[in-house]
Write a protein that binds this ligand. Structure first.
Ligand code: PMV
Length: 332
């Protein structure tokens, strides 16, 4: 059996940073994200009884670095012992560079693997499986505005708004396409163990979540921007205060931040967020997109710009059994 699924990355407005339970990959804090429409990963999963071991191909090249995490995720979905699987992935944006490529990848992987096995788990269960592999991946199982709740013993995702209920635009300023040197899992652990700000970060998260939830419900852009920037800078302050310090930014990241601040002082409805990487994401109202895009493209050190709206949930696009392929676009 073979199945292909597509998922979009998501960008956290209220960040997940820190694990409560590393073994089960449970986040220490809740988070709120938006799923993007124009960036995506497609994963084809093929169960191949003739192979001895799993293979992962990413954009045409064998990827041994990511393979152990993919294997672990397949073990959870398929159980053991299991046949070998060939996973072929295509991603239309830079991988492992702070653009949530692993969120899109694991969301697509669980949907494709579930289907390739002829199973049909529900969304919540798929989100739980994706979240075990990459905390933020659970959010890409859903479209629009999504909250990953911090529950005692499980990964629970709530939908806040569908993408068409508040169609914001996202302008991503790429400052380098290179992969990051430190994974977010390792960086979170350094933060937890050494940052003097870590405990306070955890304590205050529910306040930011409440404020963001209310801003989203009321479509209050200024309030959402204010709490999202605050939460982002707080997360990076936790990292900067760690030993060794965790610094994902480069000079162009800061220049982009200044560009957004200049636009804000001219009255533009835009705010920024930055994840575990040097790229800046500017979130704006649709009427500001052209201006925001031009200003960021003009900023020193920006190598590329990607623009996106809000997207839909991870979905199956093709399935093939012993007989003919079945196209299942627009379905789960
Ligand atoms: O899911 P991970 O392990 O890639 O961690 C995601 C961490 C951030 O992107 C920085 C924040 C978030 O909530 O997505």
């Amino acid at each position: 059996m073979q199945a292909t699924a597509r998922a979009q990355p998501n960008i956290a407005l209220i960040k997940y940073w820190g694990k409560r339970d590393s073994a089960r990959n449970l986040p220490a804090v809740g988070s709120i994200s938006i799923t993007l429409s124009d960036l995506h990963t497609e994963m084809c999963v093929e169960v191949d009884e003739s192979m001895h071991d799993d293979v992962l191909i990413v954009n045409g090249c064998e990827d041994r670095h990511m393979l152990p995490r993919v294997k672990q995720c397949l073990d959870t979905i398929m159980g053991a012992p299991r046949p070998a699987v060939r996973v072929v992935s295509h991603c239309n944006f830079p991988v492992a560079a702070g653009l949530a490529s692993s969120a899109a990848a694991f969301a697509a992987l669980v949907v494709a693997a579930d289907s390739a096995l002829g199973q049909s788990r529900d969304r919540a269960e798929l989100a739980g499986l994706a979240g075990r592999a990459s905390g933020s991946a659970a959010r890409s199982l859903y479209g629009g505005f999504v909250e990953l709740a911090n529950r005692d013993d499980d990964i629970v995702v709530n939908r806040l708004l569908e993408s068409d209920e508040w169609p914001l635009r996202i302008v991503v300023a790429i400052t380098t396409p290179d992969p990051k040197r430190l994974s977010s899992t390792d960086a979170m652990e350094i933060s937890r163990k050494t940052s003097p700000f870590y405990n306070r970060w955890i304590e205050r998260q529910s306040v930011d979540l409440d404020e963001a939830r209310s801003a989203i419900a009321n479509r209050d852009f200024a309030k959402l921007g204010s709490v999202a920037e605050h939460n982002c800078l707080k997360m990076h302050s936790v990292m900067w205060g760690s030993r060794p310090p965790v610094i994902y930014w480069n000079s162009a990241t800061l220049a982009c931040m200044q560009t957004v601040r200049d636009l804000q002082s001219e009255g533009a409805a835009v705010f920024f967020t930055i994840d575990a990487g040097p790229q800046l994401k500017a979130i704006c109202l649709p009427e500001e997109e052209t201006r925001v895009r031009a200003a960021l493209a003009d900023t020193t050190g920006v190598s590329d710009i990607m623009v996106s709206g809000l997207g839909s949930r991870a979905r199956l696009v093709h399935r093939q059994g012993d007989s003919d392929g079945v196209h299942v676009a627009n379905s789960t």
